[in-house]
Design a protein around this ligand. Structure first.
Ligand code: CU
Length: 72
């Protein structure tokens, strides 16, 4: 799965409970099968709705898509 957000960047905190060595802010991250990824999203200067989704279109069509609603 390639997890993608629109307009906001995310930072991986840990993968399967182990701290991620890369501290980069990105809008896309790869999630392996059965992997759990904990992320950080700074909601500082954007209010409204945006989507997150898997970039594998078959996955997205099967429901790997959602809405983040940021409110002030
Ligand atoms: Cu996927």
């Amino acid at each position: 799965m390639a997890w993608n957000t629109r307009f906001i960047c995310i930072q991986v905190i840990d993968r399967n409970g182990k701290p991620d060595p890369y501290q980069a802010w990105e809008d896309t991250l790869r999630v392996r099968s059965k992997e759990t990824v904990r992320i950080r999203i700074p909601f500082r200067d954007f209010v409204g709705k945006t989507v997150y989704h898997c970039q594998v279109l078959d996955h997205e069509d099967l429901g790997m898509m959602g809405i983040v609603d940021m409110q002030a």
